[in-house]
Write a protein that binds this ligand. Sequence first.
Ligand code: EPZ
Length: 424
Amino acid sequence: MDIFVVEGGKKLNGSITVGGAKNAAVAIIPAAILSGDVCTIENLPTISDVNVISQILVQLGAKVNKLSESVIEIDARNMDCCQVSQELAKNMRASYYMLGALLGRFGRARVPMPGGCYFGVRPIDQHLKGFEALGAKTGLRDGVISLTAEGGLKGACVPLDVVSVGATINIMLAAVRAEGLTVIEHAAKEPHIVDLANFLNSMGADVRGAGTDVIKIRGVKKMHGATYSIIPDQIEAGTYMIAAAATGGDVTINNIIPKHMESISKKLMEMGVEIYEYDESIRVTRSGDLKACNVTTMPHPGFPTDMQPQMAAAMAIARGTSSITEGVWENRFQYVAELKKLGVQAEVQGRVATFVGVDHLKGGHVKATDLRGGAAMVVAALVAEGETAISEIYHIERGYEQLIDKLVGVGACIHRKTVSDDFK
Ligand code: EPZ
């Protein structure tokens, strides 16, 4: 297996360019099949989740050509299969976007229950509620979700009971080809919801209100191919902002949308970090001590749950006691036990984690418990004195492109190493 080896204690200095947003890419690639035509998707991140979702399209009969590192062409004209394989579905959460995309295109879908990071129970009742409201029959047998809409899909009002990114996306995917008007109430407002709506509209769909909590989708009979460039990754950018702040460095992060970074910038400024915003970049620098702060994660525009583990790594060395209240997932603190191995003083009680800042972290051996938990290990290892080995890095590589190159480019000492599978 491969691990990351980090020699910590170096201030990051220089500039990093972020890639396209993972959570937009994994929705937009399935959405491309709705056109029944050829689409070109640009600014894709080079991460394993994008490879897996592309492989799912190939398995379903689409042609996917890689035009360059960050551009693919999807030819969905001759697709014939509506069943996603267990092997591919279990690798990622977003495989379930094939439910909405296949239902919208063919009126039927069979997709195994998805994999992805474990944060306690991850129900999909709101997705199914939406599909049923549009007239689909839903079933679950031997771990495979099946959807059929023999008479075609019909627009409907779908008031979501919880604000769900996945359910909002899946219902949008199914509704663009349904007959009549669909209204999603209590919709999620994340930047990637808006990005998906813009992509769907560029293929001829009629989606309005994305980015607010009511999205209206008037179904269209025909869609067409399009060329579309994905938004920058808010969470990748935020992770490097925190790495710069935690190491006391001075880093400019390029290819970002400053508006998407506001909730993260605000908290870092509260911690004593200096932030300078430009049109498409942001500079993060710190000279004084980090100050403690409290964070509660919320759906957008609140502080993103996908940033809380990285924030914890910064809180670990802040002056005073900080806390994180997790407002989205029931169990997203598995990573805290790993951070403690580096000298982090923390306690978890239910959905609240408390961090008492210490002067120094020390290197050790930790594992990535999940994607963002893994990113927190990288930030903590960059701060810690001495060497840290991070195992189970496949979690990290699902969502961070060229992490080593980008960090080495700003002065970090990090490399990849192959070790035996029983490495302890
Ligand atoms: C997306 O997951 C992201 N994944 C997650 O990012 C992110 O943490 C999450 O949104 C919240 O921002 C992708 O985009 C692929 P939800 P998703 O449906 O869609 C409950 C990362 O690190 N819920 O918004 O699965 C659910 O239990 C990943 O990049 C229901 O009760 O999240 C949770 O408490 C990890 N019923 C809350 O809603 C449902 O049917 C939000 O979940 C659906 C969700």
